[in-house]
Design a protein around this ligand. Structure first.
Ligand code: FEO
Length: 383
């Protein structure tokens, strides 16, 4: 990339992204400079936590020039948090953004006086480097746009193709943290992602430059595009089953573990198991979307379901979980209710088939109930 320089910032100290997603390797907020012969554009600001480090990088990258434009592809504060300081430091810079982004600037208290709204397909020639804007609404907010630089064959993809982690985290395995990021953050907007992928189909893309994670080229870029087509269509990436359990005293957990072993023995493909009370729920969400089948094992609790399962199903609904087969196991000593409640919650998900018969445990799984788990596994794997 002759005319593009990376000036993003790592935030290795942040514990939770969006105050909810665990960050084992921190996070990065990417920003780039596109140098034309006539003009210079900075692509996106960063989170306020990195504002000063980023402004120093901008200044250093300029090498005596001044930025003519700040392109604002996405107004979420992890990218707009440092905008106000940038505009104070470089008051001549014009902000290029979508119409909705202008409203959001006001909402976030960013006083940008010099703003140009750019439309779908509009081009700005910096002099040998052209920025073409591509509307990308709902990836992951309505004001989002992407930007294509034809001379460099670079797609600035906003949140799309992003991942958790500092810039150099997991450089040999993009998918693991990109998948967790996608399904938990962008997953609800699969139709919007599919629409943008269609718009990008005729573009020569050598490099994808996202707002999080590292830049993608070559085989990694091709694989990322392949996975995004599957993910955005709610397709199956991996044949298999996620067994997710919410257990109070360990008996429901034992049933879940036994069901997982039965599924493996029956050749279910990949079988993952997660304790919804203790494991990273964002990983569980990711695995639920990744695989084609789900088995839920849950204790009854106060006439309802155990809170960890309630949260999991609530999040699955929020994120648009669909097109899957689900098996249910409930536990309840005197009035089992978990299957009823799980069915009610899953009714809010499109094209989710609950396989029958469901299994009811009273306190603990009895040896003679192994046959019931076998039958449930057979029903789940029947298609
Ligand atoms: Fe990276 Fe939707 O913000």
């Amino acid at each position: 990339m002759r005319n593009i320089k990376y000036i993003g910032c790592d935030d290795a100290e942040l514990d939770l992204f969006e105050s909810q997603y665990i960050l084992p390797d921190g996070m990065c907020y990417n920003s780039y400079v596109v140098f034309g012969e006539k003009q210079v554009a900075v692509m996106d600001a960063v989170d306020a936590r990195c504002a000063h480090a980023w402004l120093n990088k901008v200044e250093e990258a300029m090498d005596g020039r001044t930025p003519d434009y700040l392109v604002c592809q996405h107004m979420e504060p992890d990218h707009s948090g440092a905008m106000a300081l940038f505009l104070e430091k470089f008051p001549q810079a014009q902000v290029l953004c979508s119409k909705q982004a202008v409203v959001m600037m006001q909402q976030f208290g960013i006083a940008a006086k010099n703003v140009q709204i750019v439309a779908e397909g509009q081009r700005i020639d910096l002099g040998g480097a052209t920025l073409q804007f591509i509307a990308a609404p709902m990836i992951h907010w309505p004001e989002v746009m992407m930007t294509y630089c034809a001379e460099e064959q670079v797609l600035f993809s906003a949140d799309a193709f992003g991942k958790f982690g500092v810039y150099h985290a997991d450089e040999d395995d993009w998918a693991c943290e990109a998948r967790r990021y996608y399904f938990n953050i962008v997953g609800k907007y699969g139709v919007a992602v599919t629409n943008v992928l269609k718009k990008l189909a005729d573009k020569e893309i050598k490099t994808i430059a996202p707002l999080h994670g590292y830049m993608l080229e070559g085989e990694q870029k091709d694989e990322a595009l392949r996975l995004y087509k599957i993910w955005s269509a709610y397709g199956v990436e991996t044949e298999g089953v996620l067994v997710a359990y919410a257990s109070i005293h360990g008996n429901t957990a034992k049933a879940a573990q036994q069901l997982a072993e039965i599924l493996k023995a029956k050749g279910a493909g990949k079988v993952a198991i997660t304790d919804l009370s203790r494991d990273d729920m964002a990983e569980a969400i990711e695995d639920a979307f990744r695989m084609d089948k789900l088995a839920l094992c849950c204790s009854t609790y106060d006439g309802d379901i155990f809170p960890a399962m309630h949260m999991f199903l609530h999040k699955l609904r929020l994120k648009g979980y669909q097109n899957r087969r689900v098996a249910l196991v409930e536990n309840g000593s005197w009035a089992p209710q978990a299957v009823r409640v799980m069915k009610e919650m899953l009714a809010g998900c499109k094209h989710v088939e609950i396989v029958e018969p469901t299994v009811t445990i009273r306190g603990s799984l009895k040896p003679e109930q192994t046959a019931e788990l076998e039958a449930l596994a057979d029903a789940l794997l029947a298609k």
